[in-house]
Design a protein around this ligand. Structure first.
Ligand SMILES: [Zn+2]
Length: 190
């Protein structure tokens, strides 16, 4: 005689196995821009200029501090014609983050002469360990962002492929806003 599991129990088992893989967000992020009002949207996957957008654009004033979203190591710091000044961090659990179009201007100008020190935090080098919230760079418009409002093109990768960073950014921004409000002495209801 064949014994079968009740349908509801089978379904529960399937959910138990399937859910953790897709539904969890185990990377807790600090919002990449600090101390300012920022604008960002769920623009991952938007197709424009013959390519698919692989990140989120976070708009903030030029020179705004860019911080590491999580603990990690600096994998690369470079300057490319399209990406402009950019930095990549590697985090735990297969995650890595990229920050593009960092500042290339001298303070108060749009002259493209900010150099390495205008783009990256002083003394930061490839191989360094950085903590979540540590300043790593400054917002700008370098590379092919030259004629756009200054922003960080932010990418989140896991095991080498780009994933939509928006839900992570939205969570981080919510937490940031709440903290700002608490710091300002407001009563916060959640
Ligand atoms: Zn972008």
């Amino acid at each position: 005689m064949v014994r079968r599991l009740p349908v509801s129990l089978s379904l529960a088992l399937v959910l138990l196995i399937a859910l953790p893989a897709g539904a969890t967000q185990d990377l807790e992020m600090v919002f990449p821009h600090q101390g300012v009002t920022t604008e960002f949207s769920d623009d991952f996957g938007v197709y424009a200029k013959e390519r698919t957008h692989k990140g989120s654009d976070i708009f903030s004033p030029k020179g705004t501090e860019v911080v590491a979203v999580a603990d990690g190591f600096v994998v690369s710091m470079s300057r490319g014609t399209k990406a402009g000044y950019n930095i990549k961090l590697r985090h735990a659990d297969g995650y890595s983050t990229l920050y593009l179009h960092l500042n290339d201007d001298a303070p108060g100008t749009d002259n493209g002469r900010g150099g390495w020190s205008g783009a990256f935090a002083e003394g930061l080098e490839v191989g360094d360990f950085v903590q979540a919230g540590q300043v790593i760079a400054y917002v700008g418009d370098s590379g092919n962002a030259e004629n756009t409002p200054s922003h960080t093109h932010f990418e989140l990768h896991r095991w080498g492929s780009a994933i939509d960073p928006y839900p992570f950014l939205a969570d981080a921004n919510d937490a940031y806003q709440v903290r700002q409000a608490i710091d300002a002495g407001e009563t916060v209801y959640r």
